[in-house]
Design a protein. Sequence first.
Length: 116
Amino acid sequence: MAGSESLLPYINANKGSEQPTIIIDSREASAAPKIVKGLREMGALIIIRSLDKGDYIISDECVFERKTVHDFVHTLTHRYLFEQLFLLKEAYSKPFILIEGYFPIIYKFSRINPSS
Protein backbone atom coordinates (compact mmCIF):
# COMPACT_ATOMS: atom_id res chain seq x y z
CA MET A 1 0.00 0.00 0.00
CA ALA A 2 1.32 3.45 -0.88
CA GLY A 3 -0.68 5.22 1.84
CA SER A 4 0.79 5.98 5.21
CA GLU A 5 -1.69 3.78 7.10
CA SER A 6 -2.18 0.08 6.58
CA LEU A 7 -4.98 -2.20 7.62
CA LEU A 8 -2.80 -5.31 7.44
CA PRO A 9 -1.92 -5.46 11.16
CA TYR A 10 -5.60 -5.14 12.07
CA ILE A 11 -6.77 -7.58 9.42
CA ASN A 12 -4.19 -10.16 10.51
CA ALA A 13 -5.21 -9.74 14.17
CA ASN A 14 -8.86 -10.10 13.15
CA LYS A 15 -8.34 -13.04 10.74
CA GLY A 16 -11.21 -15.45 10.47
CA SER A 17 -13.70 -12.80 11.54
CA GLU A 18 -16.28 -11.46 9.15
CA GLN A 19 -16.23 -8.15 11.00
CA PRO A 20 -15.04 -5.38 8.63
CA THR A 21 -12.24 -3.15 9.90
CA ILE A 22 -12.36 0.61 9.23
CA ILE A 23 -9.69 3.11 10.25
CA ILE A 24 -11.22 6.54 10.86
CA ASP A 25 -9.29 9.78 11.15
CA SER A 26 -9.48 11.13 14.71
CA ARG A 27 -10.67 14.58 13.53
CA GLU A 28 -13.38 12.94 11.45
CA ALA A 29 -14.47 10.78 14.38
CA SER A 30 -14.88 13.93 16.49
CA ALA A 31 -16.76 15.77 13.74
CA ALA A 32 -19.07 12.88 12.82
CA PRO A 33 -19.70 10.75 15.92
CA LYS A 34 -23.05 9.51 14.55
CA ILE A 35 -21.28 7.93 11.58
CA VAL A 36 -18.80 6.20 13.88
CA LYS A 37 -21.64 4.98 16.09
CA GLY A 38 -23.62 3.75 13.08
CA LEU A 39 -20.67 1.83 11.67
CA ARG A 40 -20.08 0.18 15.04
CA GLU A 41 -23.77 -0.73 15.33
CA MET A 42 -23.55 -2.36 11.89
CA GLY A 43 -20.74 -4.55 13.19
CA ALA A 44 -17.59 -2.83 11.95
CA LEU A 45 -14.41 -2.85 14.01
CA ILE A 46 -13.52 0.85 14.25
CA ILE A 47 -9.97 2.03 14.83
CA ILE A 48 -9.55 5.76 15.39
CA ARG A 49 -6.16 7.22 14.45
CA SER A 50 -4.71 10.41 13.09
CA LEU A 51 -4.53 9.93 9.31
CA ASP A 52 -2.35 11.89 6.91
CA LYS A 53 -4.74 11.39 4.00
CA GLY A 54 -8.43 10.58 3.86
CA ASP A 55 -11.11 10.16 6.50
CA TYR A 56 -11.98 6.45 6.26
CA ILE A 57 -9.62 3.67 5.20
CA ILE A 58 -11.52 0.50 4.38
CA SER A 59 -8.70 -1.47 2.76
CA ASP A 60 -5.07 -1.07 1.79
CA GLU A 61 -6.28 0.26 -1.56
CA CYS A 62 -9.49 2.11 -0.70
CA VAL A 63 -9.89 5.42 1.12
CA PHE A 64 -12.85 7.77 1.51
CA GLU A 65 -12.77 11.53 2.00
CA ARG A 66 -16.09 12.74 3.44
CA LYS A 67 -17.28 16.23 2.61
CA THR A 68 -20.44 18.11 3.36
CA VAL A 69 -21.98 19.85 0.36
CA HIS A 70 -20.79 23.20 1.74
CA ASP A 71 -17.22 21.92 2.21
CA PHE A 72 -17.29 20.33 -1.25
CA VAL A 73 -18.26 23.66 -2.84
CA HIS A 74 -15.61 25.51 -0.84
CA THR A 75 -12.80 23.13 -1.81
CA LEU A 76 -14.01 23.08 -5.44
CA THR A 77 -14.23 26.86 -5.84
CA HIS A 78 -10.95 27.51 -4.02
CA ARG A 79 -9.09 24.88 -6.10
CA TYR A 80 -8.20 22.62 -3.14
CA LEU A 81 -10.38 19.73 -4.26
CA PHE A 82 -8.23 18.54 -7.16
CA GLU A 83 -5.02 18.87 -5.16
CA GLN A 84 -6.61 16.80 -2.41
CA LEU A 85 -7.76 14.18 -4.93
CA PHE A 86 -4.30 13.91 -6.48
CA LEU A 87 -2.75 13.37 -3.04
CA LEU A 88 -5.32 10.65 -2.27
CA LYS A 89 -4.67 8.99 -5.63
CA GLU A 90 -0.91 8.98 -4.98
CA ALA A 91 -1.47 7.17 -1.67
CA TYR A 92 -4.34 4.79 -2.54
CA SER A 93 -5.33 3.13 -5.79
CA LYS A 94 -9.07 3.56 -5.08
CA PRO A 95 -9.84 6.98 -3.56
CA PHE A 96 -13.46 8.12 -3.17
CA ILE A 97 -15.18 11.33 -2.15
CA LEU A 98 -18.36 10.88 -0.16
CA ILE A 99 -20.56 13.98 -0.40
CA GLU A 100 -22.99 14.31 2.49
CA GLY A 101 -26.12 16.41 2.31
CA TYR A 102 -28.68 17.72 -0.13
CA PHE A 103 -26.69 18.30 -3.31
CA PRO A 104 -28.98 20.90 -4.99
CA ILE A 105 -28.10 23.28 -2.14
CA ILE A 106 -24.78 23.66 -3.96
CA TYR A 107 -26.33 26.46 -6.01
CA LYS A 108 -27.08 28.43 -2.85
CA PHE A 109 -23.46 28.34 -1.67
CA SER A 110 -21.81 29.01 -5.02
CA ARG A 111 -22.11 30.76 -8.32
CA ILE A 112 -22.23 27.43 -10.10
CA ASN A 113 -24.77 27.52 -12.91
CA PRO A 114 -27.24 24.59 -12.65
CA SER A 115 -26.98 24.00 -16.41
CA SER A 116 -23.17 23.74 -16.38
